[in-house]
Ligand binder design. Structure first.
Ligand code: F6R
Length: 241
């Protein structure tokens, strides 16, 4: 069963997760990185530690969880650039050890590209620590409701609500890409340790469903219940008091 870690505030929670990531980084960990609002303060704290304490990602390898498709690699709205902007530009991670699904691959190359992404994760030794957020519909990565336990990195359709949530960045929901490349549920579950971040009362109901509801594709985050080392890091809002 997932462990629960409830903090008084999201700030405090993010400092604790950053400290954990920093310890992993010191050992040269393979890190799986989510984008979105939830990990932002974790990344800001890691950047602060880089500047003030000399934290190093020199020995790390990083894998991005997902990417819009189609999406140019240099597009500021891409998840690749998000991770650069909020974390990796400030770190000393060697360029060749930052991996992200390539939203610019041609349709006929997608299957091969996704298989290669899986192979790269395996060749790196597997993900030691995977950071996740959770969508309001229970998605993890872009594994929307309906995604199977055995799913692997692949192209997926985004749910209307997921596109609506990204509307501001694209100037309207209709401009948000309809598809994405994402690590699958099985890919995520292979990580040795998983930390899911969820903050605010708006996440309370879906967090409860993921933790206590039936395990199945209707709430992809519920598959985490079967992982041996997963922790939900919450604040008072998402924990429901
Ligand atoms: C991000 C991702 C998504 C988000 C989720 C929560 O790479 O794959 O699953 O983690 O949509 O987003 P926030 O944190 O913005 O609420």
């Amino acid at each position: 069963m997932p462990q629960l870690q409830v903090h008084d505030s999201a700030d405090e929670a993010c400092r604790a997760v950053a400290a954990e990531m920093a310890r992993c980084a010191a050992g040269g960990a393979v890190l799986g990185l989510a984008t979105g609002a939830s990990p932002l303060r974790v990344y800001a704290e890691l950047v602060r530690r880089r500047r003030e304490d000399g934290l190093s990602f020199r020995r790390c390898t990083c894998f991005s969880l997902d990417e819009y498709w189609p999406m140019a690699r240099e597009d500021p709205r891409s998840f690749r650039q998000f991770l650069r902007r909020h974390l990796l530009d400030a770190m000393d991670l060697p360029e060749e050890r930052f991996h992200s699904p390539d939203g610019s691959v041609a349709p006929e190359q997608i299957a091969r590209h996704c298989a290669e992404y899986e192979a790269r994760i395996a060749a790196s030794g597997g993900i030691d620590l995977q950071i996740l957020g959770i969508g309001r519909n229970g998605h993890i990565g872009f594994n929307e409701p309906g995604a199977g336990r055995d799913s692997r990195t692949r192209r997926v359709e985004l749910a209307p609500g997921t596109r609506a949530d990204a509307a501001a960045e694209f100037g309207g929901a209709e401009r948000v890409p309809r598809q994405a490349l994402t690590m699958g549920v099985a890919t995520i579950l292979q990580a040795r340790r998983i930390v899911l971040l969820a903050f605010g009362a708006g996440k309370r109901d879906i967090v409860r469903e993921a933790l206590e509801g039936p395990v199945g594709p209707q709430v992809p985050a519920s598959f985490l219940q079967g992982h041996p080392d997963v922790r939900f890091v919450l604040d008072r809002g998402s924990a429901g008091g």
